[in-house]
Write a protein that binds this ligand. Structure first.
Ligand code: KIV
Ligand code: NA
Length: 264
């Protein structure tokens, strides 16, 4: 596959080939993920936390998403780039959603957008998809609704499983090309994945979803703070950068950098 399109995800689901998504917020990580064979890159509003230092994704603006997405789009030659619609830029109406999503596509050239919500956001998903904007849905735990959900907690336990299933059916019927399942029990994610024709992308949703997504600073150890149990650390980028920066400091202080070969 030279250029990943939404239909490829559907084909991979049908053939049982798992696919990957990582977040990126800039040119150079997008280039690396692309080279590594990451299939889809999410410009997540998690950049509010990992790039901008906010305490949640709630303050993130559409303008901030556009700036981050511009770099990512230029770095990804193969991966499908999906941009998050931030809190307050789509929930009010399908028209508001269309206006916001079209800005993200026109001003950053993302290939698709993602928004949080199931049954309640079906009108928005329908409006966007009918208007030429591919939509990835996001259900289960939805961080933008942290304050109505009562904090970071697993969704769809016990009787709540039916609600997750209803959300999943609603976003598929509304035209979403894929759906992120965040922090739902593994057996619920398995059931959703079996029932839906569109691919599921899990984060804290077990091993049976069609794809997996992680926030890169969590997965590669740039974030040294507390990370959720569902994260696996594949690298220790914090140590690499910390060592590099410390060596630079000491070499400038002791005069060993710049050396003659660095001098004109
Ligand atoms: O913003 C984000 O990084 C996300 C993923 C965790 C799915 O929405
Ligand atoms: Na997000």
């Amino acid at each position: 596959v030279k250029r990943v399109r939404t239909h490829h995800l559907r084909e991979w689901k049908e053939t049982g080939e798992k696919f990957t998504m990582l977040t990126s917020y800039d040119l150079m990580t997008a280039r690396i993920w692309d080279e590594a064979g990451i299939d889809t890159i999410l410009v997540g509003d998690s950049g509010g936390n990992t790039v901008l230092g906010y305490s949640s994704t709630v303050p993130v603006t559409l303008d901030e998403m556009i700036v981050m997405a511009r770099g990512v789009v230029r770095g990804a030659k193969r991966a499908l780039v999906i941009g998050d619609l931030p809190f307050g830029t789509y929930q009010a109406s399908p028209e508001q959603a269309y206006h916001s999503a079209a800005r993200l596509m026109k001003e950053a050239e993302v290939a698709a957008v993602k928004l949080e919500g199931g049954v309640d956001m079906a009108p928005q998903i329908q409006k966007l998809t009918r208007g030429g904007i591919p939509v990835c849905a996001h259900i289960g735990f939805t961080p933008q609704s942290e304050h109505t959900l009562g904090g970071y907690r697993v969704q769809g336990r016990g009787a709540g499983a039916e609600g997750v299933l209803q959300d999943a059916r609603a976003v598929q019927d509304a035209g979403a090309f894929a759906v992120v399942l965040e922090m739902v029990p593994g057996d619920v994610a398995t059931e959703v994945t079996k029932e839906l024709a569109i691919p599921t992308i899990g984060i804290g949703a077990g091993s049976e979803t069609d794809g997996q997504v992680l926030v890169w600073q969590d997965a590669f150890g740039l974030n040294t703070g507390r990370v959720p149990r569902f994260v696996k650390r594949y690298a220790d980028v914090n140590s690499v950068l910390l060592d590099g920066a410390r060596t630079y400091v000491s070499e400038v202080k002791d005069g060993s950098f710049p050396a003659p070969e660095h001098t004109f």
